[in-house]
Design a protein around this ligand. Structure first.
Ligand code: F6R
Length: 379
C-alpha cells in the first residue's frame, strides 16, 4: 500500500501535485470568459443563499487545519475583502464570538470527525437557530471526507478531493484545504467584484502552475533535504519564522517537526521575534525563515539577520537563484519563483520534507507518532 515509499507520510507528500491538480480541475472553470459576466472563474457548487450579502466569515478548526484556516483568512480578507476571524474550535466552544449578521461559519477538518470542531459548529447552529434571518447560521465545511460527521452537520461542503490520509501528520490534506480556500476566496472576489478579471486570470494561471512546481521541489530537493537532515541529529530546538501569508506556514513547519521528531519547535511571525523569543537564540538553535519575494520579503530578511547576529544557524526557504538571500542564509531550501500570494502551497513542501527526514533519520515511527491519533474524537 505504501507503493515503495518507506512511510505513508512520504507517499502522501508525493501525492500533493496530483491532489492540487485534482482539486483545481474540479472547481476551476477552464471556459471562463473574463468579459462575460454570466461566466464564472470558479464553481464550487455552493447554494446562492450561503454566500449572499456576506459581511463576515468565522473559521473554526484545530491543529494543521487551523493553520490552513489562517491562510484562508489572509485570502478572504486580501482578495475578497471580507473580515474574517479564525478560532481554535476548542476555544470557541467556551467563548463564542459575539453574533454578527450575515456571517458564514466555516469548519475545516481533514478527518471530518474532530470532536471540538463538530461541537463548535453545532453550538453556532444552535445559538443562531431562532434569530432574525440575517443572524441565522450559515455553515460550510471544508474537508476531504464527504461521508464524515462534518458533512452531516453543515449545510454544504467543499470536498477538497484529497482522499483519505493515513500518516498521522497531515500533509496532502493541508495543501488541499489551501486550494479549497483559494477557490472560495476567488469565487467571492469575483462575485463581489473585489478584483479585476485580469487579476483573477493571473492568479488562476499561477494556481495551475503549482502542481508542476511542487513536482520540481520534490525532484530537486528531496535527496538534498535527506542529507541535510543528518546535520540535526543532536538539535533540540528549532525556530520557524514567516510573515504575511507565510506566517501560518512557519507554524505548520514547526508543528510537523515537533509532532513526528519530538524536537521542540516554535513558529513565530518574524517581526515578533524581537519581542521575546530572540532570547532563546544561540548557535544551537537553527532558525528557518520563509523569505519569498513580495510585500514582506525585505522585512523577513532583516528579521533573519537579527537572528544571525545571535549566532543562530539560518536556513532560508526562498526562491532559487536569489543572490541577496544566498548572502544572508547559511543554507537554502529553494523553491521555484512564483507570486507570494500563491507561495504557501510551495513553501510548506520543503518543511514537510525536513520534518520527515529528521524524524525518519532518528528512527521514529513517522506515521504513528507517540500520543497522537489521526482522528481526535474526544474533547
Ligand atoms: C497535524 C495534525 C493535527 C490535526 C488536528 C485537526 O499534523 O494532524 O494537528 O490537524 O488534530 O484534525 P482534523 O483536520 O481532522 O480536524
Amino acid at each position: 500500500e505504501k507503493q515503495g515509499y518507506r512511510h505513508f507520510m512520504l507517499k502522501e507528500i508525493y501525492e500533493q501535485p496530483g491532489v492540487v491538480r485534482t482539486c483545481l480541475e474540479a472547481y476551476l472553470n477552464s471556459d471562463w470568459q473574463p468579459d462575460d459576466p454570466a461566466s464564472r472563474p470558479v464553481d464550487l457548487g455552493l447554494p446562492v443563499a450561503l454566500l449572499d450579502n456576506l459581511e463576515h466569515v468565522q473559521i473554526l478548526a484545530c491543529g494543521t487545519s487551523w493553520h490552513a484556516s489562517l491562510v484562508g483568512k489572509y485570502l478572504l480578507e486580501q482578495l475578497a475583502g471580507i473580515p474574517t476571524v479564525v478560532q481554535y474550535a476548542s476555544e470557541a466552544r467556551y467563548a463564542p464570538t459575539p453574533l454578527t449578521p450575515n456571517t458564514l461559519t466555516i469548519g475545516v477538518t481533514q478527518s471530518g470527525e474532530t470532536a471540538d470542531t463538530l461541537a463548535a459548529l453545532d453550538l453556532e447552529r444552535e445559538r443562531r437557530r431562532d434569530l432574525a434571518p440575517t443572524l441565522q447560521a450559515r455553515l460550510l465545511g471544508i474537508t476531504n471526507r464527504p461521508e464524515s460527521s462534518l458533512a452531516q452537520l453543515v449545510d454544504t461542503i467543499i470536498d477538497t478531493r484529497a482522499g483519505i490520509e493515513i500518516g498521522v501528520a497531515a500533509t496532502k490534506t493541508f495543501v488541499a484545504q489551501l486550494v479549497g480556500f483559494y477557490c472560495l476566496a476567488l469565487d467571492l472576489a469575483w462575485q463581489r467584484q473585489a478584483l479585476s478579471g485580469d487579476r483573477i486570470a493571473r492568479i488562476l494561471a499561477g494556481l495551475r502552475h503549482l502542481p508542476g512546481q511542487i513536482e520540481l521541489v520534490l525532484e530537486c530537493q528531496e535527496r538534498y533535504i535527506e542529507d541535510f537532515a543528518h546535520g540535526f541529529n543532536k538539535t533540540q530546538d528549532f525556530i520557524f519564522l514567516g510573515r504575511g501569508i507565510n506566517f501560518p506556514i512557519a507554524l505548520e513547519g514547526a508543528l510537523k517537526l515537533k509532532e513526528i521528531s519530538y524536537i521542540h519547535a516554535e513558529g513565530y511571525p518574524a517581526g515578533e521575534m524581537k519581542h521575546g523569543p530572540i532570547a532563546l537564540l544561540d548557535e544551537r538553535v537553527p532558525v528557518v525563515a520563509i523569505a519569498m519575494p513580495g510585500v514582506v520579503y525585505e522585512k523577513v530578511l532583516s528579521n533573519a539577520q537579527e537572528a544571525k547576529a545571535r549566532d543562530a544557524r539560518l536556513i532560508g526557504v526562498t526562491v532559487a537563484n536569489d543572490s541577496h538571500a544566498a548572502e544572508i542564509f547559511d543554507d537554502l531550501l529553494p523553491v521555484p519563483e512564483l507570486e507570494e500570494l500563491l507561495s504557501p502551497i510551495l513553501t510548506v513542501v520543503p518543511l514537510q520534507l525536513l520534518a520527515y527526514h529528521i524524524a525518519a533519520r532518528r528512527g521514529l515511527d513517522v506515521d504513528q507518532p507517540r500520543n497522537l491519533a489521526k482522528s481526535v474524537t474526544v474533547e
